[in-house]
Design a protein around this ligand. Structure first.
Ligand code: NZQ
Ligand code: ZN
Length: 387
């Protein structure tokens, strides 16, 4: 176990009617000018917008709307939001959506407070913003767990980088599983797979010997697999959905990472794939994971074998560690097919002519992965994913 410090700044309200029951009291603590930030309009179709607007109006807030935050939010969109926040003296940002809206607002909250370009400030000058517009998150699409951390994944279109910027933690997050019931099934599946990926990427970090975080992590993975299967049988199963929503948050609230350095090499590769193709995050991960793990196999046998037994329920009887490790990768690959996620980039509409070399070359190599990948090997991984 590595040394660690643990504290958590985000208050979570979980469950049905959490906004109705808790948002009014939260709004009493904040200033008058609220930015209501959302995506392409799903919240207008499913009634969430009307419900929140009523609560905001009843609380006497001046509401400035910031809409059209796209999946894989761009740095340009961040700048628009920051400008709007400055012009309207925004006191508080209420982000309503999935990971894209929630991430975009983290960076708006920081950029609105400094005149300097935040990308340059953070990535080139290695500065850390220390002033933010406070925020609350209302989760309508689960999966990323973005509501529970202060990292934001933003696409800088000119630089062709989808990278992490650091913003503020949300003061509170409202997780009402009912709000997620209108998510397209495709997004439910890719979101749940993203959560599973977060667990695996954390599990594969260092140190390698199992600790308490890993054992909680195994339970999270079993929970996601079981409840995604239940959801596919009955997409209206609110109990399965509730589990998935909380598992997504658990995977990214720091608890599983305690005492560990995480891996996240699959994520780094997928993010750059996203920078070049604007693809769906969970789908990109589904294609990359098994291929990357086959490359990691000789260095990761022990952990893979543990996952085979403790997560996928494969009997260890008569099997070597290598056989179990292979069985884990097969089980994961089969699961990806079973839940209908793509297994090749071509199934995602990503053409073979994509500049995979540039994607590999611009991918961050992570420190926690048990295999030290080179850019050449990541290029080979991408080529295997393509066809
Ligand atoms: O834009 P609207 O119209 O709202 O539609 C969205 C969007 O099209 C729709 N949606 C959301 N809630 C809905 C709904 N449709 C119907 N009913 C609802 N209740 O879902 C679509 C996808 O939303 P998006 O927010 O893009 O998806 P997701 O939550 O998967 O977020 C993806 C982004 O998060 C980043 C990804 O890279 C990507 O940019 N990530 C953020 C992380 C973090 N900060 O911790 C970790 C992740 O690894 C990930 O990288
Ligand atoms: Zn992810």
């Amino acid at each position: 176990m590595n040394n660690f410090t643990y504290s958590y700044p985000t208050k979570v309200y979980f469950g049905e009617k959490s906004a109705e029951n808790n948002l009014p009291a939260e709004l009493e603590k904040i200033g008058k000018n609220v930015m209501l930030a959302y995506g392409g309009g799903s919240i207008k179709k499913n009634g969430v917008y009307d419900e929140l607007m009523n609560i905001l109006k009843n609380a006497g807030k001046n509401v400035t709307e910031f809409s059209g935050i796209m999946s894989n939010p761009t740095y340009q969109k961040v700048q628009e939001g920051a400008e709007l926040a400055r012009q309207n003296n925004i006191d508080f940002i209420l982000a309503v959506g999935g990971g894209s809206v929630i991430d975009c607002c983290k960076v708006i909250s920081a950029q609105a407070k400094i005149s300097e370009d935040l990308w340059t400030f953070e990535t080139e000058k290695h500065g850390s913003p220390n002033e933010f517009i406070p925020m609350g998150a209302i989760v309508t699409a689960f999966g990323t767990g973005a509501e529970m951390n202060n990292g934001a994944v933003i696409t800088h279109e000119e630089k062709k980088i989808k990278g992490a910027l650091w913003g503020a933690f949300y003061d509170f997050a409202i997780l009402d599983p009912v709000y997620t019931m209108t998510m397209p099934l495709k997004q439910v599946i890719s979101g749940a797979f993203d959560s599973l990926s977060h667990c695996m990427e954390t599990y594969m970090g260092t140190p390698r010997e199992v600790n308490l975080s890993d054992e909680i992590n195994e339970a999270c993975q079993r929970n996601i697999i079981r409840n995604l299967r239940a959801t596919l049988k009955n997409p209206q199963d609110i109990s399965a959905r509730s589990e998935l929503v909380w598992a997504a948050a658990m995977a990214e609230n720091g608890m599983l990472k305690i005492g560990k350095i995480t891996d996240f090499q699959a994520h780094m590769l997928e993010h750059q794939l996203g920078a070049y193709t604007d693809c769906n995050h969970g789908e990109g991960l589904a294609v990359i994971h098994p291929v990357l793990y086959r490359h990691m196999l000789p260095d990761a046998e022990k952990q893979f074998a543990r996952l085979a037994v403790n997560v996928w329920g494969i009997s260890p009887d008569g099997k070597s560690v290598t056989e179990l490790a292979n069985a884990f990768i097969s089980a994961l690959s089969e699961f990806i097919k079973e839940i209908g996620l793509p297994t090749k980039f071509s199934e995602m509409g990503i053409p073979e002519t994509t500049d995979f070399k540039a994607i590999a070359d611009s991918t961050v190599l992570t420190g926690g992965c048990c295999k030290k990948f080179t850019k050449e090997e990541l290029f080979a991984v991408l080529k295997e994913c393509a066809n």
